[in-house]
Write a protein that binds this ligand. Structure first.
Ligand code: ATP
Length: 365
């Protein structure tokens, strides 16, 4: 397959749905601005109703923006119908033709483009090979598993060599193990073809493991854009921190800011905590953000927060230890537990903070 790598850009895109009957309006997407580089896979991540699907549908041309512009490469596609844009969409519901074989489903787009029989056969077989379905070309979709059907849907989309691949929660109907396998497959195929892609999900693990960058959305607005690592380690808000991973927040007063460190007094102990976003100011109204792996269990009174082990959840290479404290329940992640001291359920302990692994954020969503 030939590679066509293009960028995608949204400029001040807003979508308002009006309900004339009840005279109400919903701002589904509120002034979105972002650019996806050629060959990049970006995930739209956020809670239900935050505007992910509407954003994707506007890129595909199924919805028109109320305001703003959409560019594929240098071309303004804002008002182009879906079939005039070089995009292909994979839906959660597969959308296969039940009366056609796998081969014919995948061949469909090429037949519309009037390719010769030989060309179609060659392309369909090589695409089926790419998604691991070469041996099932003559099956009916109803005789395939969910994962296999989604592979057919993916093959049908990529065979037409779109410039932009749009994936709307494509793995939601699959069980956990298949989801894991398929997301690796999707990433492998997207990378090998070099297709620019948008992936919609509300599953943070999916977003983290697939994406070059993640766009976190809330109430129609983009809250943060960054690599999975940035979003996880340097979230710009409590909302992003909580949405992309487990986290504990402690109200703190920032005494001073020196270069990129906040000096805080945590229960009588002075700590230097890295600050990421520049909007943190000296004074109260801030929180210390601690991920489960930035907390350590110690003997009673040795750490900063006293507590009692409520329950230990064994996950093989880690233990999640849930601790009752006067800040509420806090989860501490113990990696490589065979090398660590493990406290039993009911035992009095204390929690220490690893300052370098924490962040200071403003106490607002
Ligand atoms: P989910 O994860 O549940 O699919 P989402 O983040 O994809 O959610 P959207 O489907 O884009 O969210 O919806 C954003 C908002 O726009 C929601 O409040 C939704 O109810 C509203 N909305 C979406 N489509 C329409 C429509 N055709 N008419 C009216 N309101 C709509």
């Amino acid at each position: 397959m030939t590679k066509k790598q293009v960028s995608l850009r949204l400029e001040n895109v807003t979508k308002i749905f009006y309900d004339k009957k009840y005279n109400t309006e919903v701002i589904a997407v509120n002034n979105s601005n972002f650019e996806i580089k050629p060959g990049e896979l970006i995930t739209l991540l956020g809670p239900s109703g935050c505007g992910k699907t509407t954003t994707l549908r506007m890129v595909a041309g199924f919805e028109l923006p109320t305001k703003g512009k959409i560019y594929i490469g240098n071309e303004d596609v804002t008002y182009l119908p879906p079939n005039k844009r070089d995009t292909a969409t994979v839906f959660q519901s597969y959308g296969l033709f039940p009366h056609m074989t796998v081969f014919d489903n995948v061949a469909y787009g090429l037949k519309l483009r009037k390719l010769s029989k030989e060309e179609i056969k060659e392309k369909v077989l090589s695409t089926l090979d790419m998604v691991g379905l070469k041996d099932l070309a003559n099956r009916a979709p109803s005789r395939l598993s969910g994962g296999q059907q989604q592979r057919v849907a993916l093959a049908r989309s990529i065979i037409v060599e779109p410039s932009i691949l749009l994936l709307d929660e494509p793995l939601s109907n699959l069980d956990a193990l298949l989801r894991e396998q398929m997301r690796i497959e999707i990433r492998r195929i997207q990378k090998s073809l070099g297709i620019t892609a948008i992936y919609v999900t509300h599953d943070r693990v999916e977003a983290m493991s697939l994406s070059d960058r993640i766009i976190v959305m809330k109430d129609g607005k983009i809250i943060q854009i960054g690599t999975p690592n940035t979003i996880y380690e340097n979230p710009n808000s409590k909302f992003v921190a909580g949405f992309v991973g487990k986290v504990a927040f402690f109200d703190v007063e920032v005494k001073d800011i020196v270069e990129n460190k906040c000096i805080i007094d945590f229960r009588g102990k002075i700590l230097e905590i890295p600050k990421y976003e520049s909007n943190v100011e000296i004074g109260s109204g801030n929180v210390l953000m601690a991920r489960p792996e930035s907390l350590v269990l110690k003997d009673p009174k040795k750490g900063l927060i006293n507590g009692k082990v409520k329950i230990n959840v064994y996950l093989g290479n880690t233990i999640e230890s849930f601790i009752d404290t006067d800040f509420g329940e806090i989860m501490v992640q113990i990696d490589n537990p065979s090398l660590k001291k493990i406290y039993d359920e009911g035992e009095e302990i204390s929690i220490d903070i690893v300052p370098e692994l924490c962040k200071i954020l403003k106490n607002e969503d």
